[in-house]
Design a protein around this ligand. Structure first.
Ligand SMILES: [Zn+2]
Length: 93
């Protein structure tokens, strides 16, 4: 994992959340590209998530690997917006 790619983001939201009780996670959101990640403190594992009002949805492993390897694109990418829209549509079905 490239640590510089991680720190190229401008993290504005780093808050503890608890999806399952006793299992706290840290949510990170970048103010520039609007990507969301969750970090699991015991292992430091990070993965890309889609955050909606009520829940977190883990994004495909491929996306996680891509996002973790990329430097902050500096703005929300059309691809990302597309991806989120598809996730929302899938949920509605
Ligand atoms: Zn970013």
């Amino acid at each position: 994992m490239d640590r510089d790619a991680w720190s190229s983001h401008n993290w504005v939201e780093c808050r503890m959340i608890e999806i399952e009780s006793g299992n706290p996670l840290i949510q990170h959101r970048c103010s520039r590209c609007r990507r969301d990640f969750l970090e699991a403190p015991p292992t430091g594992e990070r993965y890309a998530v889609y955050v909606s009002v009520f829940s977190f949805r883990r994004l495909p492993e491929l996306i996680t690997r891509q996002w973790l390897g990329e430097w902050c694109p500096g703005e929300p990418l059309p691809n990302d917006i597309d991806l989120r829209r598809r996730l929302i549509e899938n949920r509605a079905r």
